[in-house]
Design a binder for this molecule. Sequence first.
Ligand code: GDP
Ligand code: IMO
Ligand code: MG
Length: 428
Amino acid sequence: MPAVVVVGAQWGDEGKGKATDQLGAQVDYVVKFNGGNNAGHTVVIGDEKYALHLLPSGILSPGVTPVIGNGVVVDLEVLFSELDHLEARGVDISTLLVSASAHVIPPYNRTLDKVTERFLGKRQIGTTGRGIGPTYADKMNRVGIRIQDLYDEKILREKVEGALDLKNQILLKVYNRRAVTVDETLDALLAFADRLEPMVADCSLVLNRALDEGRTVLFEAGQATMLDVDHGTYPFVTSSSATAAGACTGSGIGPTRIDSVVGVIKAYTTRVGEGPFPTELNDDVGEWLRKTGGEYGTTTGRPRRVGWYDAVIARYASRINGLTDLVVTKLDTLTGLEKVPVCVAYDVDGTRCEEMPADQSSFHHAVPVYEYLPGWWEDISSARTFEELPANARAYVEYLESISGTRISVIGVGPQREAAIVRHAILG
Ligand code: GDP
Ligand code: IMO
Ligand code: MG
């Protein structure tokens, strides 16, 4: 099973980092293919906790070659601060490869991300303020700066001058901010160029050759299906392709090379930032779920919005990504509830919808239709086989499986690497 994609099935923070890390011993390459340091993937190994933003979680597994694909937007300052931090903790960072075609996040795009959000006022997206949106917009507008441009100073200067011609008009005239000089931008971009150079590679070629040789490659998504720029709750999304198809465009491998697609999904739902969320809880139970699940953002520290499991979203994620397996995380968080509600369909203006409404307005009106399952009180965090789970927890998982469109292969019962029940091995 040489190529496996791991994606988020909800609005992010499902536990993709942990799922990737758990497969680390069985894979040769872990590729980040979309997003940038808007992501926050937490991995707990023994007593050590790591929060990865720009680097693929595979960097924590000895023997794995971590790859930053062309679909990623790279903040060079963040990249090197994260690398230095990991190195100081004894992690081997020497094998990292960075695609020559990945785009860099220039400092002016961080500024533009933040001032645009302020300008939008109550229409804001609630971005992470890392410059992600403006950098992907530049890419599509064909005024972006790529890693390879750092090694041709004449081209780099021309590109930065071209970008700043327009950016400075916007900064000055729309946002009343100071103009940015070409030289200060070049200095910031070139500060890390020498350190970066040995890592720069044609990652498409490297990955295709690896697959030809029978090596195992894992593609780790940032963000999630409902934050995908095409298939998410637009405009309350990120600006990249966070679904399985993004693994191809974001790394330079063809779709026929992918063998399995794993969707990571929480046993309930969370979301950070603005936008519709049908099963959201704004009451004491929601507060309990947030506290019990430790639902505070890895990247921005913001409290996450919380709600019940939404099977309409699970079915949608199964369809959009062509999922072969689901990893259900944080089942342990639900311990201690009398009844566990599960959203099985929506009521949209009086009509029952089993599938995701095709138009955003209907989704905004969607009222969850719940089924209520009996809860459990036993501590499940040390369960390592399905049979060790209490009958009601088993019934909850089996019910989720029956309505989510994909088999449930792994169940998470705690944040630690080993805290999981494997029902079907994902890699052979
Ligand atoms: P990612 O962005 O998808 O990688 O997810 P995050 O790391 O942002 O958020 C998931 C959080 O849940 C992290 O703090 C993980 O350590 C934690 N986590 C993952 N799986 C489980 C699980 O099965 N049980 C519990 N209690 N925590 C988990
Ligand atoms: P991981 O990989 C949860 C959200 C932001 C905001 C929207 C757009 O850890 O699951 P952006 O800065 O990307 O332009 O913000 O997307 N968002 C995430 N929410 N987890 C993430 O990543 C996210 N990355 C972006 O909160 O609503
Ligand atoms: Mg996260």
